[in-house]
Design a protein around this ligand. Structure first.
Ligand code: 8YV
Length: 326
């Protein structure tokens, strides 16, 4: 019997290709070649399923080129690379990888918060550059984490993981703002208090962004919001590029309008705003918040499970638009 054709758009653990090949005729990209939009569209032309990462845009153009496509399984919890309404209109199921990366990503949010507050990267550069000649009372003095106020913007699964770490691990006073307020039970569990966005900006010592990207969250943190923050505050973005106005942030950091920032995501990544590269009080990492081997394997397996579940057994595990099947 002829196997269903699927595309795996990026290099992935070889065992995942092996799993998929048990069920499908797989065209893969183990050489990890960068494909243009047109190349991706050409490769999707005869495919029924696709395994994508956050970097492949599946929009009306890509869908128009892929008449047989029935499912796109994203190996990411974020799915702003998908035009979900266009996929639903074309009856293409979209899936993502929630839950499996929550704790790993929350760990990394905390790692960036701590590295930024305690100037770990700056200290390392200072030492390697041979600048450490003797102790000084104010050498690389940062801000405290324990007992400080942790602000969280976006209080989904990862936000709650960060809140738990802050409240239970570091005795932080946790405040948050979100589109919808958590239930009192969850607020009590994670020890977080709901506040307005303005109060969050004005009172957080460390502000962590964990909200999904959408046109509505574009530049949610820009010059006006940065101006409300404390001059001693620390901003961490592990959400998506575009949520922060990177040019405005670079200026605020340069002028010490806020103390420091830790960024794992950037507008137009992998490009980084050149002004961010010139300010010392920012820790920059290349979108690695979910990057542990077990978690990346769990994400890849869940994306594969979604393809197998849907195309072989008729049911995806984590669909984003089940209405596409109506
Ligand atoms: C991914 C992420 O590594 O899951 C997400 O939304 O941002 C990361 O975990 C990235 O999107 C690649 O798919």
């Amino acid at each position: 019997m002829k196997k269903t054709k699927i595309l795996v758009a990026r290099a992935i653990f070889p065992e995942i290709i092996g799993r998929l090949e048990q069920y499908f005729d797989v065209e893969h990209n183990q050489a990890d070649e960068p494909w243009s939009k047109q190349q991706l569209a050409d490769k999707l032309r005869d495919k029924v399923g696709a395994f994508t990462t956050g970097a492949e845009r599946i929009d009306a153009d890509a869908l128009a080129a892929a008449p047989q496509l029935k499912i796109c399984a994203n190996m990411a919890v974020g799915y702003n690379n998908f035009d979900v309404p266009a996929m639903t209109a074309r009856q293409v199921l979209a899936t993502n990888t929630p839950d499996v990366l929550t704790e790993t990503t929350a760990d990394f949010g905390f790692a960036l918060l701590m590295a930024t507050a305690r100037r770990v990267a700056e200290g390392e550069h200072y030492l390697r550059a041979g600048k450490w000649k003797r102790w000084a009372y104010d050498m690389l003095a940062g801000s405290d984490i324990h007992g400080s106020t942790l602000g969280i913007l976006g209080m989904g699964r990862i936000g709650q993981g960060i809140a738990r770490r802050g409240a239970h691990g570091f005795g932080m006073n946790v405040i948050y703002h979100n589109r919808s307020r958590l239930t009192p039970e969850i607020e009590a569990q994670v020890k977080a208090r709901y506040v307005s966005k303005e109060e969050l900006l004005k009172t957080a010592d460390h502000l962590v962004l964990v909200l999904p990207y959408s046109p509505a969250s574009h530049h949610v943190i820009g010059a006006a919001e940065l101006a409300l923050m404390k001059p001693t505050a620390n901003l961490v973005n592990i959400a998506r590029g575009g949520i922060v106005d990177d040019a405005a942030l670079a200026l605020a950091l340069r002028d010490k309008r806020i103390a420091a920032a830790g960024l794992d995501v950037f507008e137009g990544e992998p490009k980084v705003h050149p002004d961010l590269l010139t300010v010392p009080n920012v820790v920059l990492t290349p979108h690695i918040a979910s990057a542990t081997v077990p978690t990346r394997k769990a994400m890849a397996n869940l994306a594969a499970d979604n393809l197998i579940g849907f195309l072989v057994h008729g049911k995806a595990l984590t669909p984003l638009n089940p209405e596409a099947l109506n």
